[in-house]
Design a protein around this ligand. Structure first.
Ligand SMILES: *Cc1c(COP(=O)(O)O)cnc(C)c1O
Length: 381
């Protein structure tokens, strides 16, 4: 029997070359060998994020990078604008509250994207805001945000722009420098094709300036001043998960062999194929602006999304994610980023169709695969 196909939008599958790195003997982390690995990882991440800014690699899950931003940028009482249209936007809001910021929440319902004009309006109303916190791919709804436009707006203000790119980096097009992103947060376990355990953060010159100006930031482990100083020497303030960083280097080499344009394009085609397949089945996607790396599918009337997800796993070995928060029981989320290609997607859409028929939903046999195949066929011609 073929093992589980893990297509949850985090963690996602990792390639064998990457996993084999983790089978190697543990060595010491204060060595030229460890520094070389850290240096290559940082250089690779810069390429993936399209930036010449500083990069720090943190030993934590992705949320550690979000906390690092808030802890190092926000002082109690500061005004912060948090954009929230889903579970991960809400995480920014909760972080702001934990660090006692005066939080201005710009909110849209689940499934929608924050219109950039609303960011401009919020900055006009709160010219003293120190930061705007955004999300590239809002994984809970599979919406991708127009960070390019938001970046242009925030760049004209004194505020810094921090973007949660934990599921977006390596899937959705993202140009950190060209789009004026001051802090871009990522994690290892999504499109970067590494097991969970690493986070990273890019820090622009404008971002660094505000970090250096916060002399009493409420941070110790996540103190970015220390982390940036160490990173300049290809080092870390504390013991890094350096064996995971070696695995990251392996994945980055595989990603950069193709190049980011090819990776973004492949991921976008997988999204188009899944969207075409669900349309052919008479279903809808939840997202107003669908992300490249994940699709949220609204379960048809009369079918409980969680039953559908369970059947997909039990019978076809396809592990998808269910809805979070108010979307629980209403949607399933299929990841198609990182170590996944057109052939994997063809199998996944077929399984979506077979399982729906088995649950009693009337679909034309072959409709999903045929629609998806047409997308790839046109793309590969
Ligand atoms: C997965 C995810 C996170 C959470 O990351 P952890 O690694 O669980 O801390 C945060 N934001 C987004 C957008 C995500 O997709």
């Amino acid at each position: 029997m073929k093992k589980l196909r893990l297509v949850t939008p985090g963690p996602m599958m990792a390639p064998p070359e990457t996993l084999l790195e983790l089978a190697k003997p543990v060595y010491h982390h204060r060595t030229p060998q460890a520094r070389a690995v850290l240096a290559e990882a940082a250089a690779g991440l810069k390429e993936v994020c399209q930036t010449r800014a500083d990069v720090v690699i943190l030993t934590s899950s992705g949320t550690g990078a979000l906390e690092a931003v808030v802890a190092n940028v926000v002082q109690p009482g500061d005004t912060v604008i948090a954009l929230s249209a889903g579970k991960f936007g809400e995480r920014w809001v909760q972080l702001c509250r934990a660090f006692r910021a005066k939080t201005v929440v710009v909110e849209e319902p689940y499934g929608k994207a924050i219109p950039p004009a609303r960011v401009a309006a919020a900055l006009k109303e709160h010219p003293n805001a120190v930061a705007v916190l955004a999300t590239l791919c809002e994984t809970s709804t599979a919406v991708t945000h127009d960070i390019e436009s938001i970046g242009r707006i925030v760049a004209d203000s004194p505020a810094v722009l921090a973007v949660d790119g934990i599921s977006g980096v390596g899937a959705d097009e993202c140009r950190t420098d060209a789009w004026h992103i001051d802090f871009l947060a990522g994690g290892s376990q999504k499109a970067l094709m590494v097991p969970p355990g690493l986070a990273f953060l890019t820090v622009s010159a404008k971002g660094r300036q505000i970090v250096e100006s916060r002399s009493d930031a409420a941070a110790y482990y996540f103190d970015l001043k220390k982390a940036l100083r160490a990173a300049a020497e290809s080092d870390t303030p504390f013991t890094p998960a350096h064996t995971l960083i070696a695995a990251l280097v392996s994945s980055l080499r595989q990603i950069l062999l193709d190049g980011m344009e090819a990776v973004w394009s492949r991921t976008r085609h997988m999204s188009r194929a899944v969207l075409a397949a669900i349309r052919a089945l008479g279903l809808e996607s939840l997202a107003e602006r669908p992300a490249a790396g994940v699709t949220a599918i609204v379960a048809p009337n009369g079918i409980a999304a969680d039953d559908w997800a369970k059947l997909l796993e039990r019978k076809y070995g396809v592990k998808v994610a269910s809805g979070q928060g108010t979307l629980k029981g209403k949607i399933i989320r299929v990841g198609h980023m990182g170590y996944l290609d057109a052939l994997d997607v063809m199998g996944i859409v077929a399984a979506l169709e077979w399982s729906l028929r088995e649950l009693g939903f009337a679909v034309e046999p072959g409709a999903a695969a045929s629609a998806a195949s047409r997308v790839f066929s046109d793309a590969y011609r």
